[in-house]
Design a protein around this ligand. Structure first.
Ligand code: GDP
Length: 364
């Protein structure tokens, strides 16, 4: 599954948000169970109303959402890249995630200390980015020492790695994150294995006070501008509201959201933004036993999409019976779609579309 790391300076609301995300009673009651793997790791069911629609049509006994993992990565402070205290551990944690949700304090509250004594989310974002860039520079320099030895030994992969690492280092030394390097298509695979921190996609999460949850405020507006300039995404959330919602049952939660002028919970918006950021999409498998959602990257071909369910499905892939979501709904299920000629048989080269209802045939 896909993993999102929650980072940010201390006292910006990371834990509040993480706890709310993973404890939402509404989410659980709606059959979106989560489980906490470790105290700071939570799996969240991805809300998707299409799943209920499909289950309703097919009479599926169970609904199983696809999942996204959130990791609360504490300990990012000025000087963290020097590996003091928790430093190294959380840098290792960040390396493992697919994307970073960077929580920024956009609320004023005299009772909650800000580490720098003022509320300035843009400046905070730079502080964190600087630490990540320093960590990248340090790890590149360390790796280069090893690689230079391998290059001398005639290792071809090492030649490519050295070239890419030096490219990244040059950009970082100019004060820019490694994601600004323009990578050649042929180098992409090697580039991704470098696992640099500042190549991870970023979603800025503006944690605003309750009154600004629907509208945003002057702080979140500055973040929005910064995000746009960087080509990064942003969402406006009030961690405190999310915390309150997480205590309510689904009906109460809906009423509460309406009172606050919100259409949906922050969790939904955060996950959707994460999906967008990682260029993810969903396909479904539907039967009398269960209706289930699966996550894939956009552009994934049918065999690899099948591989998300089981490796055997990918290895033995023959074909996929495919019904578009809208056809499945309009024609009231598989039989109807089949009768109307809307069930397509797709082969190995088929690029799965968002919302496809798939049935894989494979050699066991
Ligand atoms: P972390 O260090 O980033 O994990 O921050 P916490 O989640 O522990 O929050 C730090 C403090 O800020 C706690 O006392 C929270 O109750 C408070 N806090 C978090 N979000 C908000 C918010 O949106 N508004 C206000 N006023 N306080 C908040």
């Amino acid at each position: 599954g896909f993993k999102m790391g929650i980072v940010g300076l201390p006292n910006v609301g990371k834990s509040t948000l993480f706890n709310a995300l993973t404890k939402t009673a509404a989410a659980q009651a709606a059959n979106f169970p989560f489980c906490t793997i470790e105290p700071n790791v939570g799996e969240v069911g991805v809300p998707d109303s299409r799943l209920e629609t499909l289950a309703g049509i097919a009479g599926s006994k169970q609904i199983i959402p696809t999942r996204m993992t959130f990791v609360d990565i504490a300990g990012l402070v000025k000087g963290a890249s020097k590996g003091e205290g928790l430093g190294n551990q959380f840098l290792a944690n960040i390396r493992e995630v697919d994307a970073i949700a960077h929580v920024l304090r956009c609320f004023e509250d005299g009772d909650v200390t800000h580490v720098e004594g003022r509320v300035d989310p843009v400046e905070d974002a730079e502080t964190i980015e600087t630490e990540l860039m320093l960590a990248d520079m340090e790890s590149i320099e360390r790796r280069l020492q090893n690689i230079v030895r391998k290059v001398k030994g005639g290792d071809k992969d090492a030649v490519q790695q050295e070239r890419l690492l030096r490219q990244a280092l040059a950009v970082l030394e100019d004060g820019n994150p490694a994601r600004t390097v323009e990578v050649d298509k042929d180098d992409l695979k090697a580039w991704n294995t470098l696992q640099l921190l500042t190549t991870k996609p970023i979603l800025f999460v503006c944690n605003v006070d309750e009154d600004s949850a629907a509208t945003g405020n002057e702080h979140s507006e500055k973040v929005a501008k910064m995000a746009a300039e960087q080509g990064a995404a942003h969402v406006v959330i009030s961690a405190q509201i999310e915390e309150e919602i997480s205590q309510l049952d689904p009906e109460e939660a809906t009423m509460f959201l309406e009172e606050m002028g919100l259409h949906e919970a922050g969790l939904d918006r955060l996950i959707r933004a994460g999906y967008e950021l990682l260029e993810l999409q969903t396909y479904f498998t539907v039967g009398p036993k269960e209706a289930r959602a699966w996550t894939i990257r956009r552009g994934t071909l049918a065999p690899q999409a099948a591989g998300v369910i089981h490796g055997d499905f990918e290895r033995g892939f023959i074909r996929s019976e495919t019904i578009a979501f809208d056809d499945f709904v309009a024609l009231k299920g598989e039989q109807g779609a089949k009768d109307a000629g809307k069930m397509r048989v797709e082969g190995k080269g088929y690029e799965v579309k968002d919302g496809d209802v798939l049935h894989f045939l494979f050699n066991a």
